[in-house]
Design a protein around this ligand. Structure first.
Ligand code: NAD
Ligand code: DAU
Length: 349
C-alpha cells in the first residue's frame, strides 16, 4: 500500500481528486486532511466515507505542531496539496487569512514532508496545486504558458504565487521532489455557490438577481472539474519532478455570455419561457482590481503527458446544472447559516 496525503480533500476540486484516486488505485491509502472551513464539506465525500482505503483527518495546515505530528505518525509516500483559501472576493475583504493558509500552510507542509522524508526522496512526490491567476491579467491576445512571468494582482493570487515560489525554492535548495500545476477556472458538481457558476445556478433557481460585475466582459477559461482531477492524476504519476504544467479548457467565455448560456440552459430545464431567467441579470459594482482575461496554453501537458479535456463545455454545463437541480439539499445546506451573512455583505442584498 502507498499512503497519499490529500489536503483540502473536502473542498470542491479536492473531493473529486479523492474520489478518483480511491476508484483508480485500490493499493493506495488516501488520507484527507481538511480543516472543514465554510468551503469544506464532508457531504462531498459521502459516497466514499466507508471505503476502507480512505481516512479523514480534521486539522489546520497553519498549525505547525499538528502538521509535524501528522507526518511523524504517518509515513506518507506522496502529498497532493489543494487546501487553500480560494475565493478572490474573500481575499479582498480579508487578505491575512489567505497568507496564513496559502503561504504559512504550504511551508508547514513542505517542512514536515522534508523532515519526515529525510534525505530519502526516492519515489516521493510533493505536488502543489496552483492557479493560472498567478500569471496576472491578459489583454485580448495571447495565452499563459509555463514560462509567463508571475504578475499576481489580488491578495488570493499573490498568496498562491508566494506558495508556488516556496515550492520551487524547496526543489532547487533541498532537492525536494516537487511538481506544480496551474489550472484555469473549474466548474462542476460540489462547488461552493460563492463562485460564478453555482452562484448563478442557485440565484436563477430562486429567481434572485444575477450579479454580473462591471460590464460582464471579463474572460475566463473554463474546465470541467473531473478533467482537472484527471490532469492531477496524470501529473502526479507521470509528470517530471521540478516541472510546472498548465491545465486549461481551451474554452474562453465572457462572463455575460456565460451567464446568458446558463439562463438558457436553466430555462430549458425548469420549463420556463425562453428569456425569462435573463431578466434577472443585474450589473453590479466591479470587483476591485478585476483581472480582465485568463487563457491557458495547455499544449505542454497534452504533448508530454497526453492529457486533454474529455468533454465539451455544453456537455459539462448540462451535467453540472443537472447535478445542482438534483441535489437541492446539498445547495440548501451550504447556503444556510454563514452563507447568508457572506452574501449580504458581498452584494448588499
Ligand atoms: P475550495 O475552497 O472549494 O476548497 C478548499 C478546501 O481547503 C476546503 O475543503 C477547506 O476546508 C480546506 N482548507 C482551507 N483552509 C484550510 C486549512 N487552513 N487547513 C486545512 N484545510 C483547509 O477550493 P477549490 O476550488 O477546490 O480549490 C482547491 C485548490 O485548487 C486551491 O489550492 C486553489 O487555489 C486551486 N485552484 C482552484 C481553481 C478553481 O477554479 N476552483 C482553479 C485552479 C486552482
Ligand atoms: O482561474 C482560476 C481561479 O478561478 C481559481 O484559482 C480560483 O480559486 C477560483 O475562485 C476562480 O477565480 P475567479 O475569480 O476567476 O472565479 P469566480 O467564480 O469568483 O469569478 C469568475 C468571474 O465571474 C470573474 O470575472 C468575476 C465574475 N463574477 C463572479 C461572481 C462571484 C461576477 O461577475 N459575479 C459574481 O457574483
Amino acid at each position: 500500500m502507498k499512503k497519499i496525503l490529500i489536503t483540502g480533500g473536502a473542498g470542491f476540486i479536492g473531493s473529486h481528486v479523492v474520489r478518483l484516486f480511491l476508484a483508480k488505485y485500490p493499493n493506495y491509502e488516501i488520507v484527507n486532511l481538511d480543516k472543514l472551513t465554510y468551503a469544506g464539506n464532508l457531504e462531498n465525500l459521502k459516497d466514499v466515507e466507508n471505503n476502507p482505503n480512505y481516512r479523514f483527518v480534521k486539522g489546520d495546515i497553519v498549525d505547525e505542531g499538528f502538521v509535524n505530528e501528522l507526518f511523524n505518525s504517518n509515513q506518507f509516500d506522496g502529498v497532493v496539496h489543494l487546501a487553500a483559501e480560494s475565493h478572490v472576493d474573500r481575499s479582498i475583504s480579508n487578505p491575512t487569512e489567505f497568507i496564513k493558509t496559502n503561504v504559512m500552510g504550504t511551508i508547514n507542509l513542505l517542512n514536515a514532508a522534508r523532515s519526515s522524508w529525510g534525505d530519502d526522496f526516492d519515489n516521493k512526490v510533493f505536488y502543489h496545486i496552483s492557479t493560472d491567476e498567478v500569471y496576472g491579467s491578459l489583454g485580448k491576445e495571447g495565452f499563459f504558458v509555463e514560462e509567463t512571468p508571475y504578475d499576481p494582482r489580488s491578495p488570493y493570487s499573490s498568496s498562491k504565487a508566494s506558495s508556488d515560489h516556496l515550492v520551487r525554492a524547496y526543489f532547487h535548495t533541498y532537492g525536494m521532489p516537487v511538481k506544480i500545476s496551474n489550472c484555469s477556472n473549474n466548474y462542476g458538481s460540489h462547488q461552493f455557490p460563492e463562485k460564478l457558476i453555482p452562484l448563478m445556478i442557485n440565484n436563477i433557481q430562486h429567481n434572485k438577481p444575477l450579479p454580473v460585475y462591471g460590464e460582464g466582459l471579463n474572460i475566463r477559461d473554463w474546465l470541467w472539474v473531473e478533467d482537472h482531477a484527471r490532469a492531477i492524476d496524470v501529473i502526479y504519476h507521470s509528470g517530471e519532478l521540478g516541472e510546472t504544467y498548465n491545465i486549461g479548457g481551451n474554452n474562453e467565455w465572457t462572463n455575460i455570455d456565460l451567464v446568458k448560456l446558463l439562463c438558457k440552459t436553466m430555462d430549458n430545464k425548469l420549463g420556463r419561457n425562453e428569456g425569462e431567467s435573463e431578466k434577472l441579470i443585474t450589473y453590479v459594482t466591479d470587483r476591485a482590481g478585476h483581472d480582465m482575461r485568463y487563457a491557458i496554453d495547455a499544449s505542454k501537458i497534452k504533448r508530454e503527458l497526453g492529457w486533454e479535456p474529455s468533454i465539451t463545455f455544453e456537455e459539462g454545463l448540462d451535467n453540472t446544472v443537472g447535478w445542482y437541480l438534483k441535489n437541492s439539499d446539498w445547495l440548501n445546506n451550504v447556503t444556510s447559516g454563514d452563507y447568508q451573512n457572506y452574501y449580504k455583505k458581498q452584494y448588499q442584498d
